[in-house]
Design a binder for this molecule. Structure first.
Ligand code: SF4
Length: 327
């Protein structure tokens, strides 16, 4: 017999056809560790019912590394911290194209261009827009961008260039956000996310688990994410970077990491839940189980400032656990 909370979650999703609300998420967050396996199995069933067995694979391209004015405490690309990241200028158009060709060769269906800035300048935005047009002309890739805080007047440039999706993470709960970043606010991030939706672009919005947030923060974070209705939710686990204020944080307990992924699936049953940075170091041998806990995609290593494992291992894992890689 399953745990009553898992039964309730099952009824909520499969009979009432509704996502998990705050009350249910709180109950799932408090589910005894010994019962988490039941939650993972349910999240996997929900993923199969809502998303099928297709795995979405993405490659990130760090188009402007380091030197960022902001102080996100997890990020080694902030100019405020003494880290090992060497700042680099914005990539050339050819650099963007090469990055996209490489992503395509590696079997990705989506290519995300990321820049380490608070928000894009006009020239940066124009170069990214031009790169997007050229990539879409040449390759069958979906194009995403991660450009920081976007202003209203910048949105049409992205729409006209053919950008499919914009990544902008909430990172954590509204309450905990000031402990993660002091140079911009949760509300600024929230507004950018709303803007992306208003302009009809897909929203990719997630965050990082393991930055010192409480269990309640994780629930609040999921409730906020669900309210934004993102098409994609990248789930990262903190990989503490030397030189950042979070360098001494402990890794997330793997069971709690998997519990969060499963809760994300129940809160947003139809979203693409994507395993992103920190999965190797956090889950180690449990990555296969991770893909069977509600996730429906992954970011191939390397991430922006950290390495992942090899592509072959990731594609091998997807095949092993019954996923078909989406073209
Ligand atoms: S997360 Fe983004 S905005 Fe924050 S410091 Fe890093 S690059 Fe800058």
């Amino acid at each position: 017999m399953s745990h009553p909370t898992v039964d309730r979650a099952r009824r909520r999703v499969f009979e009432e056809h509704a996502p998990a609300d705050r009350e249910l998420l709180e109950a799932l967050a408090a589910l005894p560790s010994a019962k988490v396996a039941e939650l993972l199995a349910l999240a996997n069933e929900v993923r199969e019912a809502t998303c099928g067995s297709g795995a979405h694979v993405e490659v990130l391209y760090n188009a402007k590394k380091g030197g960022c004015s902001e102080d996100c405490h997890f990020c080694s690309q902030s100019a405020r911290f003494a880290t090992d990241v060497e700042p680099q200028q914005l990539s050339s158009i050819e650099g963007f194209l090469e990055g996209a060709r490489d992503a395509h060769r590696r079997g990705a269906s989506e290519f995300c261009m990321v820049v380490a800035v608070r928000g894009p300048s006009r020239s940066l935005l124009e170069r990214v827009a031009r790169a997007t047009r050229l990539i879409k002309e040449e390759l069958p890739l979906r194009v995403a961008v991660s450009l920081g805080i976007l202003r209203e007047e910048q949105m049409p440039t992205l729409v006209e260039a053919g950008v499919d999706k914009v990544n902008h993470n909430l990172e954590t709960s509204r309450r905990y956000f000031p402990s993660v970043c002091t140079t911009h606010t949760f509300d600024e991030r929230w507004e950018t996310c709303r803007r992306v939706k208003r302009y009809g672009l897909e929203l990719c919005c997630g965050g990082i688990i393991g930055m010192g947030e409480t269990r309640e923060d994780r629930v609040d974070f999921l409730v906020s994410l669900a309210e934004l209705e993102p098409e994609e939710v990248p789930v990262n686990f903190l990989n503490p970077r030397p030189g950042t204020p979070f360098q001494d944080r402990s890794l997330v307990d793997p069971v709690e990491a998997l519990r969060f992924v499963a809760m994300a699936r129940l809160a947003m049953p139809h979203a693409l839940i994507r395993f992103a940075g920190g999965r190797e170091i956090t889950l180690r041998g449990l990555q296969d189980l991770g893909m069977l806990s509600g996730a429906s995609g992954l970011v191939l290593g390397n991430y922006l400032t950290t390495e992942g494992r090899g592509d072959e291992e990731d594609f091998g894992m997807l095949a092993r656990v019954g996923f078909e890689v989406m073209a």
